[in-house]
Design a protein around this ligand. Structure first.
Ligand SMILES: [Mg+2]
Length: 402
């Protein structure tokens, strides 16, 4: 059996975030940008993967088309481990992170999709079987900057049934507004995307203290300043990080430094399902809660990142799940819905049939639609599967503040 063709496909889906488009990368985000990777074989089985991601999609696509795909043509798609190791080794000089690794991730996910189709089994069965059938969800809001918009969208998400909220704000008035809007009982997380020095982050921990953050995500630049992150954590806040970690070895360094309470590997960035499962095992060995990051905008019908991350999470008894899901076509609340097992309403995990059509976007798999509609219903209909209130007692304890 051989890989005969690899096609990369860019998708852009209109998107409303409930406020002005966030301009994180120089271009305002007004569409959900997704890079699909289609791997075809001489056996007639096609695998779908997804490679990170949005603003860097064009770069990842070029890397896949010109560098990675030619090395995969003619190779055995069922020998995933050897091929992934070879790709990493041969291409490492062109980038041990970034587009090279993102592209490899997309190939790996597609090959696992092929493996599932060949076996006639969903991915989680290949990974050891299901430990759960639902995952909780929290609403992850874009950065609005305007405190009124933050409050409005946070309240809207709670109204829609979410039982935990994450912001992407970097100042106190916005966090204060969100806390006031959602009340004291709803867990509130703040993802800052590496804006501060260690000293600045320590100051922000002090200023955020009245708002009882469930976690502070990536407060320090550069993202590999593990010691700095550990010192912020030691100041008394739970830390989440890992979406910018590029390898199993880097996660070990992160854990050895005692830098995180929540590890967030991204299946589309770190090397696909293969590397993700190694990180999950490592996190378990270190007793660190795993909250997989995922490509921002894939939805539950898409065949790539979400499915891979969902099925990886499903096979793990104690792991959590984190993933972005865009509101398509002008949704009202402007949230990303992030699937997690420990902080909010939960979602059914799709059970694809894994026939040749099961992973085609917009395909006919009923379970795709079920998961998608329950996960991002623009009308805000009540979700009959919302889980019981969030259980704070299961979370890692805060460190002493003094
Ligand atoms: Mg983040």
């Amino acid at each position: 059996m051989q890989i005969t063709a690899i096609e990369t496909i860019l998708l852009k889906i209109p998107y409303d975030n409930g406020g002005p488009p966030w301009n994180m990368s120089g271009t305002p985000w007004s569409t959900l940008d997704i890079l699909m990777v289609k791997v075809e074989t001489d056996a007639g089985v096609t695998g779908w993967g997804e490679a990170f991601g949005h603003a860097v999609n064009e770069g990842t696509k070029a890397t896949l088309d010109t560098l990675i795909a030619p090395l995969c043509i003619g190779r055995d798609p069922t020998a995933i481990g050897p091929l992934m190791r070879e790709l990493r080794q041969r291409l490492h000089i062109f980038g041990w992170n970034g587009s090279v690794l993102y592209g490899i991730s997309g190939i790996d996910i597609a090959l696992w999709d092929i493996a599932g189709k060949l076996a006639g089994l969903p991915l989680h069965r290949l990974l050891g079987g299901a430990a759960r059938h639902t995952l909780d969800a929290y609403a992850s809001l874009m950065r609005y900057t305007d405190p009124d918009l933050v409050a409005k969208n946070a309240a809207c998400a709670v109204e829609r049934g979410y039982r935990a909220i994450k912001l992407h704000e970097i100042d106190v008035p916005q966090v204060k507004a969100a806390r006031a809007a959602i009340g004291a009982a709803i867990p509130l997380m703040v993802d800052t995307n590496c804006p501060w020095s260690v000293g600045e982050a320590l100051e922000m921990v002090r200023r955020f203290a009245p708002y009882d953050l469930h976690w502070l995500e990536e407060p320090v630049f550069p993202p590999d300043d593990h010691a700095g992150l550990a010192s912020v954590r030691a100041a008394g806040t739970r830390i989440a990080a890992g979406e910018n970690v590029s390898s199993l070895g880097e996660f070990k360094k992160l854990f050895d430094a005692g830098a995180v309470d929540f590890a967030q590997p991204s299946v589309t960035k770190i090397g696909g399902v293969s590397e993700m499962m190694k990180v999950i095992a490592l996190a378990e060995a270190y007793g660190v809660t795993l909250v997989p990051h995922c490509a921002y905008f894939g939805d539950a019908r898409s065949p790539g990142a979400l499915r891979a991350a969902l099925h990886g999470s499903r096979s793990q008894p104690l792991r959590a799940m984190d993933r972005g899901e865009g509101r398509q076509g002008g949704g009202a609340a402007g949230t990303w819905s992030r699937l997690r097992s420990r902080s909010g309403g939960h979602r059914e995990i799709p059970q694809p049939r894994y026939d040749r059509h099961a992973l085609i976007p917009g395909g006919r798999d009923e379970d795709h639609r079920t998961a998608h509609c329950r996960g991002a219903d623009p009308a805000g209909d009540a979700d009959p599967h919302l889980d019981p209130p969030y259980h704070r007692r299961r979370l890692p304890p805060r460190l002493p503040r003094d």
